[in-house]
Ligand binder design. Structure first.
Ligand code: PBG
Length: 324
């Protein structure tokens, strides 16, 4: 019997496939997360994230130049401070590691969007994302602190601030704090939908931000919930988020797709997190999969699901694999 429909006709040659391709990855889709350590040390490899290092302030220059040369469009900065305390005061210090890194990168004059992570977890001695009261993260007291952190990053010259603490009212608090400090044109990229994920494991080594007791399930989302993600996203848009993020990416492609449909007018980012990255690296190194092909296929899937931009530790390499 001869089939009446033959979709294979459209797949017969690479030029034809290229012509009909629905989704394309480009270097300009990527943002590279960078860790910068305050302690003056040589770039230090992160054991659980092969190929990723904690940079020194000076080491950022070459990394940012290489990222920009590869066509990557942005960097997301995480600070690893030398000192921590219960309040995470270092996070809002204008001489802290992140403001210094922002000023340094801005001085390079590269075509890179400088985004900063706004959270307290790397700055608190207990490793929680906010200030504590009765052993719990106190939402409203934390909001004030986060707004100060964002204003401090804005003052240093950040292009975008990305609050990741998953506190209620976080975007509104940042927006009013920024506006009051004269930063009304600074955009907020909200980690609106951030799951309490085991895929963050390697990152906590990189940023030295593991909670010293308990976990983050009281504020990050339950991996079982997708409808609740629509609520988180809607609240953030109402509070003035300029861009939204879903994190992690590959295990939550359904959520990426839902948000894309719910907020067609809002740019959507997805964060391919440390565990996603390290698994591909490890399987590649063991010879179980073709690392480059698997990395690119994962990134393509994230874009196909509806992400406009992807935060990925593969940014530089993926950009060069794609060629420019
Ligand atoms: C901090 C933060 C985390 C990540 C980004 N920002 C860790 C966490 O919530 O524990 C994870 C990123 C990654 O795993 O690559 N709030």
């Amino acid at each position: 019997m001869s089939p009446s429909q033959r979709p294979r006709r459209r797949r017969r040659s690479e030029p034809l496939r290229d012509l009909l391709r629905e989704t394309r990855l480009a270097a300009s889709d990527f943002v590279l997360p960078l860790f910068v350590a305050e302690r003056n040390e040589e770039a230090r490899p992160i054991a659980a994230m092969p190929g990723v290092v904690r940079h020194s302030l000076e080491g950022l220059d070459a990394e940012c130049e290489a990222a920009a040369a590869a066509g990557v469009r942005g960097v997301l900065l995480f600070g690893v401070p030398a000192k921590k305390d219960a309040q995470g005061t270092g996070a809002a210090d204008s001489e802290g590691i992140v403001p210094r890194a922002v000023r340094r990168i801005r001085a390079l004059g590269l075509p890179l969007v400088v985004i900063t992570d706004v959270c307290l977890c790397a700055y608190t001695d207990h490793g929680h994302c906010g200030v504590l009261a009765n052993g719990e993260v106190a939402n409203d007291a934390t909001l004030e602190r986060l707004a100060q952190v964002a204003a401090c990053h804005a003052q240093a010259g950040a292009d975008v601030v990305a609050p990741s603490a998953m506190m209620d009212g976080m975007v509104a608090a940042l927006r009013s704090g920024l506006d009051a400090a004269g930063h009304s044109s600074l955009a907020i990229l909200s980690y609106a939908v951030k799951y309490a994920s085991a895929f963050y494991g390697p990152f906590r080594e990189a940023a030295a931000s593991a909670p010293q007791f308990g976990d983050r399930r009281g504020h990050q989302m339950d991996p079982a919930n997708a409808r609740e993600a629509l609520l988180e996203a809607r609240l953030d848009v109402e509070q003035g988020a300029d861009m939204l993020m879903v994190k992690p990416a590959l295990p939550y492609l359904d959520v990426v797709r839902d948000l894309r449909a719910q907020h067609p007018e809002v740019p959507l980012f997805a964060y391919q997190v440390s565990g996603e990255y390290s698994m591909i690296r490890a399987a590649g190194a063991a010879g179980y999969v073709d690392e480059r092909a698997v990395a690119l296929e994962s990134l393509l899937s994230i874009k196909r699901a509806g992400a406009d931009a992807i935060l990925t530790y593969f940014a530089k390499e993926a950009a060069s694999w794609l060629g420019r």
